[in-house]
Design a protein around this ligand. Sequence first.
Ligand code: ADP
Length: 492
Amino acid sequence: MKAVIVSTEAVPFAKTGGLADVAGALPKALAEVGVDTALIIPYYRHVMRGDFGEERLERIRVRLGKNNQAGSIYEARIPGTDIPVYFISCEPLYNREGLYQENGVDYPDNVERFTFFTRGTLQAVNSLGLKPDVLHVHDWQTGLLPLYLRSEYEDDFEKIPALVFTIHNVATQGNFDKKYYPITNLDWSYFTLDGIDHYGRFSFIKSAILYSDVITTVSERYASEIQTYEYGYGMESVLKRRKNILYGILNGIDYDVWNPAEDEYLEARYDADDQEGKRACKAALLAENDFPDDGLPLVGMVNRLVDQKGFDILVEGIDGILGCDCRYVLLGTGERKYHRLFTEINKRHPRKFKVHLKFDEAMAHRIYAGCDIFLMPSRYEPCGLGQMISMTYGTVPVVRATGGLADTVTDVYKNPRVGVGFSFDRYSGRALVETLERAVSMYKKDPDRWRKIVLRGICRDFSWLNSAEKYAEVYETAVNVAEERYEAKASS
Ligand code: ADP
């Protein structure tokens, strides 16, 4: 089985969120279960400035509306492996500060940027002779690829690959005004309600949902949630139509990156058998944030500052949050309203609530390790990595039971013998505060029980191997579905 993973971000090359963690880890995990893999991502400024030893292979020209846009294909290896990574380059489109936006504003030419990437990828797969059994695309940015393959590129391929699409977040859809449609050079016959028309706009994600052979999303709970009005963000009926080929596969975490026993970012290292180093990490994090070391629990948050992540209910419950007998450290960037609000809270309560408004990988590691509690009260959460990382670092998660948070964080009250964290169902500031208070109270009053919960979390296996085996099975299914489709097409 040979699979080419197509993503618009991947660790360690370029990252805005969990998609990068997944696209960076999956090729390595697939290789371990015997799938031959390659990765394709855009050649962003971040990548150009990195030290990845890439070499230019060949030039490409991609049609964008009436123009032919020139670009190139570069090749390197995923660091520490033999797995090839191909970068699709186009200076004017990708040599920018951001991946999708700057200062909270999307680039106005994202249709061009991701059409170029998608078509450039299909050309590269072909001209480099990669001959994959499966093309595995991720999220809306690569959503037009299945439609392009089926409408335009199939004849170029000696062996036509099966198409797998993974939804990391159904709320980000890539729906664009029809005035941009000519840039795609797609026939107008696809711009219908049965096709990629979504309320008068054309939708990248709808294209992938309709034209892929298999769809996956990143937890079982989210796979069923997105077929409902509340979580489907308008895609629920299309997804319901395709539910027979929709699978939920939980993300893993990459232990090469997230491992407290080997983490270079930490003050001290530790593991399940010897957690002494965690104390040193907490002491260092307290000092870094000008907090006294007086035994109060430290609550961490590392997340994008958007409503999805539950910051609206956190603000709703802020009096209760500040009344809780603990301290907070928050790392994140996102919507301006939250930058303003949290700057204000930090200013008023500097000894209680510390805020870092930036993207900082090293600080993220220090927070996962140095805190006692990790807070993730998401409105919805396709999978969520923070709760899995925090458990691995012995930091107990407090979460809202939705999507992957529900699938990974068993509540200690509902399941005392296997519980690894605290969770609540109702999406409200009050439920959040009550649950946090329960966690803080157990931390202070029942240290023995707390230690057991911490240990259970550290010992949980979130490795990618389980998930990679499931992806390998899903690839087999996709190949079968695609073969039936091609046979039906050939005989019609
Ligand atoms: P999402 O993909 O929706 O952003 P996930 O929980 O799946 O959420 O993944 C978030 C990833 O991004 C985690 O690895 C988290 O540590 C990281 N992250 C989020 N915000 C920041 C930040 N400000 N600085 C460093 N890392 C961050």
